[in-house]
Design a protein around this ligand. Structure first.
Ligand code: FAD
Length: 431
C-alpha cells in the first residue's frame, strides 16, 4: 500500500505541512503532481513562464527526492480522471494535500474527496499557504472581516501568541515510497515552450526587507522582494518568511497580511471573481472600447507612468505595486473600462498572479472592493510621477521615446476623464 502526497501550490520539501504529516503518519509516501489540463488548456500563451517555472520545480523536487530513494509521480490531464486511473494502478491508503481556497480548487478537491470516499480512502488536507485561514480571524460576532485594518490587528495579536514551528522532514526516518526516478513529461509534450522571461531568485534579502518602508514605493529602484511568484507556487514557506519578516520589518509583514486578507475574502465571497464586492458597483456602465483597451495593454496611452508600467509587465511579467495601482486606476477611472478586463490581462501576464490578490487589487483600484475609500478619489498620473518617480528613472527605462515626437499624445485629458469618472460613478450608485 502507498499513500499519496499531492503537490499543488506548495512546491517544496521544506516546511510543507501536508507533506510533513504524510511523512510522519504513513509508510510509503509517493509524491504526486498533476499538470492540470483544466488550467493549462485555458492558457493561450504557450511560452508561459509560469508553466516553465512549475516544470523546473518539479524536476528539482524529483532530484531532491532521489536522496530519499524516491521520486515524484507526474501526470498530465484532468485531476478527477487522473485519480480514477490512479485507483486502478495503485493500492492507495490515504491522500494528503494542502488546502487551496480558490473556487475552482475547492470544487475540484471536493469531487476528488467524494471519489476517494467511495473507496474508503481518506483525503486529508492541511493549512499551509497562509498563517491564518477561513474562520481563524473573525470579529466578536464570529463574522469575517470586510475591512483590512481590524483584520490585521487581530491577525497580529494571534501571530504574536502563536508559536510557529517549521515542519521539516526527519531524514533518518525515510517514509517515502522507494522507487527509481519516474518520468516527467517534457514541456513540449504538454504543448508548452520555454519562455525568455527570467524568474526572480528565491532569496530572503534581509537588508532589502529592513529598508522596505523607505524604498518600497519607488518603482525605479529594487525596493521590494519580488517573492510573489515563490509565494504563489509555494517554493517559499510563508511561515518561514513571516517569521523572518516579523524580526525585520512590520510594513513588510503587513503586506503578507494583505495577502491573507484577500485570500480570506475570496474564500468567503467566491462571487467576487466576477462580481463587485459591493454589489451596487455593478451598475456602472463600463465603456467597452477595445481600441482604448489595446492602447493600455501595449503601453501606448501617452501617460508615461502608465505606459512604463504596462511595458514592464509585458517584458518581464512583473510590475511594481505602486504602478499596478496607477495603471489599474487609469483603466477603470480614466478610461472607464471594466476592472474585469484589466484583471484578466494581469492574470495572463503576471508571474506572481494570485487570483485573490489580483481581484482584491483591481477591486480596490476600481473602488468596487472592500476598501472604504470614496470613489471620487482618482489617481493623477502626473502627481504620482512627481512623488514616486521624480527623476524619471523608471519612465526612462521603459519608455525611451518619452519626450520625443514619436511618443503618443495623452489618449484622454486628465481633467475631462476625472470628471467623467466621478459623474458616471455617482449616477450609477444613485440608481
Ligand atoms: P513585496 O512588496 O516584496 O511584498 C511581499 C509579498 O507580500 C508579495 O510577494 C505578496 O505576496 C504580498 N503582497 C504585497 N503587497 C500586497 C498587496 N497589496 N496585496 C496582497 N498581497 C501583497 N499580488 C500578487 O501576489 N498577485 C497578484 O496577482 C496581484 N495583483 C495585483 C493587482 C493590482 C491591480 C494591484 C494594485 C496589486 C496586485 N498585487 C498582486 C499586490 C502587489 O502589487 C504585489 O503583491 C507586489 O507588487 C509583488 O511584488 P513583490 O513580490 O516584490 O512584493
Amino acid at each position: 500500500k502507498i499513500s499519496l502526497f499531492w503537490f499543488r501550490r506548495d512546491l517544496r520539501l521544506e516546511d510543507n505541512t501536508g507533506l510533513y504529516y504524510a511523512y510522519s503518519q504513513e509508510k510509503n509516501v509517493l509524491p504526486l503532481f498533476i499538470f492540470d489540463r483544466e488550467i493549462l488548456d485555458k492558457l493561450d500563451d504557450k511560452k508561459d513562464a509560469r508553466v516553465e517555472f512549475i516544470h523546473s520545480q518539479i524536476l528539482k523536487l524529483g532530484e531532491s527526492l532521489k536522496e530519499f530513494g524516491s521520486s515524484i509521480l507526474v501526470k498530465y490531464g484532468k485531476p478527477i480522471e487522473i485519480y480514477r486511473e490512479l485507483l486502478g494502478e495503485y493500492d492507495i491508503q490515504n491522500v494528503y494535500t494542502n488546502r487551496d481556497y480558490e473556487p475552482y480548487a475547492k470544487e475540484r478537491d471536493q469531487a476528488i474527496k467524494d471519489l476517494l470516499k467511495e473507496k474508503g480512502i481518506q483525503f486529508l488536507d492541511f493549512k499551509d499557504q497562509v498563517i491564518f485561514e477561513k474562520e481563524e480571524i473573525v470579529n466578536g460576532s464570529g463574522e469575517f472581516y470586510k475591512v483590512f485594518t481590524p483584520y490585521s490587528k487581530v491577525w497580529l495579536e494571534k501571530f504574536s501568541k502563536a508559536s510557529i514551528q517549521l515542519l521539516n522532514l526527519d531524514p533518518k526516518k525515510n517514509n517515502f515510497y522507494q522507487t527509481s526516478p519516474l518520468p516527467v513529461p517534457a514541456l513540449e509534450e504538454m504543448g508548452f515552450e520555454k519562455s525568455d522571461i527570467q524568474i526572480p531568485p528565491l532569496e530572503i534579502d534581509k537588508p532589502l526587507i529592513q529598508k522596505y518602508d523607505s524604498q518600497r514605493n519607488f518603482p525605479g529602484i529594487k525596493g521590494t522582494s519580488r517573492l510573489g511568484i515563490h509565494l504563489r507556487f509555494g517554493t517559499i514557506s510563508v511561515r518561514k518568511l513571516a517569521l523572518e519578516a516579523s524580526k525585520l520589518n512590520d510594513t513588510f509583514l503587513n503586506e503578507l497580511i494583505w495577502r491573507e486578507f484577500y485570500m480570506m475574502i475570496l474564500h468567503h465571497n467566491p462571487q467576487v471573481t466576477d462580481q463587485a464586492f459591493k454589489p451596487k458597483y455593478d451598475h456602472i456602465p463600463w465603456r467597452t472600447d477595445e481600441g482604448d483597451f489595446e492602447k493600455w495593454c501595449e503601453g501606448m496611452t501617452g501617460y508615461p507612468i502608465v505606459d512604463a508600467g504596462m511595458r514592464e509587465l509585458n517584458a518581464t511579467g512583473f510590475m511594481h505595486n505602486r504602478v499596478r495601482m496607477i495603471v489599474a486606476s487609469f483603466l477603470t477611472k480614466h478610461l472607464l473600462i471594466d476592472w474585469r478586463w484589466g484583471e484578466a490581462y494581469f492574470a495572463k501576464k503576471l508571474l506572481d498572479f494570485e487570483l485573490s490578490s489580483n481581484n482584491g487589487g483591481w477591486q480596490w483600484a476600481a473602488g468596487t472592493g472592500t476598501d472604504a475609500q470614496p470613489y471620487f478619489r482618482v489617481f493623477n498620473p502626473e502627481s504620482q510621477t512627481e512623488k514616486f518617480d521624480k527623476d524619471l528613472r523608471y519612465i526612462k527605462k521603459w519608455v525611451p521615446e518619452f519626450g520625443k515626437p514619436d511618443y503618443p499624445k495623452p489618449m484622454v485629458d486628465h481633467k475631462f476623464a476625472r470628471e467623467r469618472a466621478i459623474e458616471t460613478y455617482k449616477t450609477a450608485l444613485n440608481t
